[in-house]
Design a protein around this ligand. Structure first.
Ligand code: 2U9
Length: 356
């Protein structure tokens, strides 16, 4: 019995892997194993012999099962340690760089301007970029032979041969949006119309597509004084500092009287600072909406009056963020956007400026 014990305990200790261990288990305590066979022989023994051999064989079986279990655990640990030592991931390896987008300054400024005017009760209106010449010109008191039609450097859409109707145009301003808004809602009305506009012009300060925001406020007694207050309120909120304005008499077909508006600024080392100094920078056009325009939009000019203004968004973005060249807006390289501080997460909120 002791030989048997020693034989199996030694073999178990020396087992190289789980396969060898299983073979030993079958050989020792399996159904036809050496110890199981010995147990079967108990029946042939005298009761005295059986009383001694029975417990001894059971104890031997338990001892071998315990040794098998211990060795199995040890082999499992060893296998795991071996894997841990050979199979490892270098988690310090830098991840692959991910390309990150960035909000465009024009989009950001559009949101900022819309939010400021929304706080003053202006709704945002949008309209088509391909317009009929009636909405783009006639309704705005620019008749077919008016020189402003040429000045606008209009892109004309194609008409089929034999179709004599006047061609549609790429809108040259967002004013048609406000004509449509007045037709739909009537007066009183307060809207701003941001969006893309098109003029056939390309040089250092002009691109064939640019962005405008126009504003319109019509009520029974709206005046130029209201216009001045709204604009100063806007510039002060937009630039984050008190900004004076200067009105200069001007002429537009759609407003009477008309004024060009300058904002207070200073020039230092070739860069402009808004809201300080004794210089003036022209930034927008404005005036009281011409009675002909109100009439075309279905609003009675004897009952209603109001102001309108137009401002270039691209220019505003350049001024606020110190972008010197308009062409940067059309550059596909995102690095310049980062250069001017535009991160992917610069999302303007309606109330309370930018969330960063
Ligand atoms: C309606 C009636 C009148 C909008 C106006 C201007 C003057 C103006 C320029 C500013 C810079 C265009 O982007 S820019 O080059 N705009 O000078 N815009 S008054 O007048 C309107 C608009 C809508 C129904």
């Amino acid at each position: 019995m002791d030989d048997l014990r020693q034989k199996y305990l030694d073999a178990i200790t020396g087992a190289a892997d789980e396969g060898a261990l299983e073979a030993l288990r079958v050989q020792a305590v399996g159904k036809k194993g050496e110890i199981s066979l010995k147990m079967r022989e108990l029946g042939k023994m005298s009761p005295e012999e059986r009383q001694i051999m029975g417990p001894a064989l059971n104890a031997l079986k338990d001892q071998i099962n315990d040794a098998l279990a211990l060795k199995k655990a040890a082999l499992g640990d060893a296998a795991l340690n071996e894997r841990l030592a050979t199979e490892w991931l270098d988690i310090t390896l830098p991840s692959r760089p991910r390309r990150q987008g960035s909000i465009h300054p024009v989009s950001q400024v559009t949101e900022e301007v819309s939010a400021i005017f929304a706080d003053m009760g202006f709704a945002v209106a949008e309209g088509p970029q391909v317009e009929s010449d009636w909405f783009n010109f006639d309704a705005l008191n620019i008749p077919p032979e008016h020189p402003a039609r040429q000045e606008h450097d209009t892109f004309y859409m194609h008409r089929a041969a034999g179709d004599d109707r006047p061609p549609h145009v790429l809108r040259t301003h967002t004013s048609p949006v406000q004509i449509r808004a007045m037709q739909d809602q009537g007066a009183p009305i307060r809207v701003i119309a941001p969006g893309r506009v098109y003029r056939c012009d390309y040089d250092q300060t002009h691109t064939p597509m640019f962005h405008q925001i126009e504003g319109l406020a019509i009520d029974r007694d709206i005046s130029m004084a209201n216009l001045k207050w709204v604009l100063e309120e806007f510039f002060t909120a937009f630039f984050g500092t008190k900004v004076q304005t200067r009105f200069r008499a001007s002429h537009f077909p759609f407003t009477e009287p008309s004024a060009e508006v300058d904002i207070q600024c200073s020039w230092q080392d070739g860069t402009v600072k808004v809201g300080e100094g004794n210089d003036w920078l022209e930034v927008l056009g404005s005036g009281m909406v011409h009675p002909n325009v109100l009439r075309a939009a279905g609003v009675d000019p004897d009952e209603w009056q109001g102001f309108a203004f137009g401002i270039g968004i691209d220019r505003l973005a350049m001024l606020k963020y110190g972008i010197p060249d308009l062409r940067a807006f059309f550059d596909s390289d995102l690095r310049w956007l980062r250069h001017y501080g535009f991160a992917a997460l610069d999302v303007p909120t309606l109330h309370g400026g930018l969330s960063r």
